[in-house]
Ligand binder design. Structure first.
Ligand code: ZN
Ligand code: ZN
Length: 200
């Protein structure tokens, strides 16, 4: 595959896949074109934030990783922690994102028993995933401004201070729910010198 096409694989492949799935799935289910479809799409986006948290916490950073599990984590994420500015390690290639996508879509199909429903939820999940790819790329390669500054602070804390906290990249929600935000130092706050009481 052409290197540039491979680098931004997620941004062209998943919209095409989603469009094909929606075209095939919604042909016989016009009722999903309204509010029900919007709700399913939103549930897919929220599901992505859960998947992102679980993958990052338990697959990318296994607590007792040995053997195959550790090698998998190393390939999928360890390299990114060692060369955090390498775009090829920030963005997910097809070998990283396609297999989990196929597994999740298979589970959705079996779980819902409906191709149209699975197609809409999967589109929401891919939408969340593309947000993740964009936010992750921006925090590593730009002087993230506005809202992204907080994402950058949290993610850099995970990278460079404590890899056991801040697993969420697009959302801090599940770090808050599962208490994996960084711990603030306890005890009295250090002295803050103002202009009038600064030691001479
Ligand atoms: Zn990163
Ligand atoms: Zn990590």
């Amino acid at each position: 595959m052409i290197p540039r096409l491979r680098l931004c694989f997620s941004f062209w492949a998943y919209p095409v896949l989603a469009a094909a799935l929606l075209y095939a799935g919604l042909a016989g289910a016009p009722e999903l074109g309204g509010l029900t479809g919007v709700a399913l799409l939103a549930s897919g986006v929220v599901s992505w934030t859960v998947i992102e948290y679980l993958l990052h916490r338990f697959v990318f950073h296994p607590e007792t990783g040995r053997g195959a599990r550790e090698r998998l984590a190393e390939r999928l994420h360890g390299v990114h922690h060692r060369v955090p500015k390498d775009p090829n390690e920030i963005l997910a290639g097809p070998e990283v994102s396609l297999p989990p996508s196929a597994v999740v879509f298979g589970l959705l199909l079996v779980g819902t028993g409906s191709l149209p429903v699975a197609a809409v939820v999967m589109t929401g999940i891919w939408g969340g995933f593309l947000c993740y790819e964009g936010v992750h790329y921006a925090v590593h390669t730009s002087h993230a401004q506005g809202l992204l500054r907080r994402h950058r602070r949290w993610h850099f804390h995970h990278h460079f201070v404590d890899a056991g906290v801040h697993y969420g990249v697009t959302s801090p929600l599940w770090d808050w729910v599962f208490a994996t935000r960084r711990k603030r130092p306890r005890g009295p706050k250090p002295q803050l010198f103002t202009r009038s009481d600064r030691p001479s």
